[in-house]
Ligand binder design. Sequence first.
Ligand code: AMP
Length: 444
Amino acid sequence: MTFEDLNLNKPLLNALTDLGYTTPTTIQQKVFSVVMSGQDVCGIAQTGTGKTLAYLLPALRQLEFSKEKLPRVLIIVPTRELVAQVVEEIKKLSTYMSVETLGIYGGTNMNPQMAAAQQKQDIIVATPGRLVDVALSGALKLKSIKKLIIDEVDEMLNLGFRTQLKNIFDLLPAKRQNLMFSATITDEVQALINSYFNHPVTVEAAPAGTPLKNIAQRGYEVPNFNTKVNLLELLITSDPDMTKVLVFVATKQLADQLYEQVETRFPGQVGVIHSNKEQNHRFNTVKQFKNGTYRFIIATDIIARGLDIAEVSHVINFDTPEERESYIHRIGRTGRADKEGIAILLVTPREKEQQDQIEALMNYQIPMLPLPENLVISDVLTEDEMPKVIVKEIKLKPVKREGAGAAFHAKAAHNQKTNKKVSHADKMMKKYGKPKTRGAKKKK
Ligand code: AMP
């Protein structure tokens, strides 16, 4: 089957030819016919399956030229980088059409976006929070939206955008076509579908959790953080094939810490991305990575989803993700569009359990490699890894209470053993389900 076999028009076929795409992917074929029939779509698809074009092609196909000033298609995605990427894809596909597209996202001045929203727009691509702000300001009218597309729904809900999504649904006309894409259908995603979608046709690209077949996975067991840094530097230095490397870490603090260490060894070759970096910095870092200025990016999971950077040679999981799906999303940044990719996992003994979980999800055992002989094993522990942190914490809160005995200390020690900082409030929340202070407990 080729794109000629789909009911596309000349402008779209020409654009696809320019892009060098001849054959629709599975999800593109399936989604196209369902959208053309007017039904709602629930697409289960990871990135790398061609899902962006799967919704853009029929959306653009059905977007007749119109004098209507108000936007008719609304696309919602979880991150600002994805807004930029989808806007870019629309531009490429609509080279031979007249389509006005506006990206709306947070982290930048809202005034230019409000001004642009009052011009003629056909398609809006937006992150949920800023979209609500612009719509509620009155600058953006959503009453002509005929098609709503929500991408990465599971991630959007993970990021806590449930309320914003509800607000958006309330602002949209009831008569519209809904398309949503999600890597996994969690209970929360299903609840959203039940409330707002009209018996969607489920279309699946590849079962979630299937490792993409052109990604070679491997792992190293490493004793601690500093040895991981040594190993990372050794791999980067000794492997000339590491041309475009994405290094994922768990937290913003770790990203900054690792960036500082690696940057001194490889000045000018490393970028860092996380949600505390301002938007221009984030865009520029991706740009410099794409154009080859940066050989590495150190990033949090903020860019694990959806971001399409051609020819990422390696994804390094500096830490083992706690959420096993994150691993699949992270490694999916490589091995794209028929290119081979390599994914490397660095595991400390305390992360072993997470590795087991990931392997169970994939039904695949990541081959473990012996540590290189010239690797310097560090015995310098980070603050997180050092037991003295526990002593500090106990000294700060010297409250004697029942349950603060051996078991409590063991639990505290266990909690300190992760790279993630867990606040006392969070710990208590996890344990009791509601905030509870030791003081309050004593008074009872
Ligand atoms: P996505 O899953 O939407 O992130 O797309 C993954 C990558 O595949 C992107 O770089 C797309 O431009 C590319 N792509 C999408 N559809 C096709 C196709 N039919 N043929 C070749 N490449 C494609």
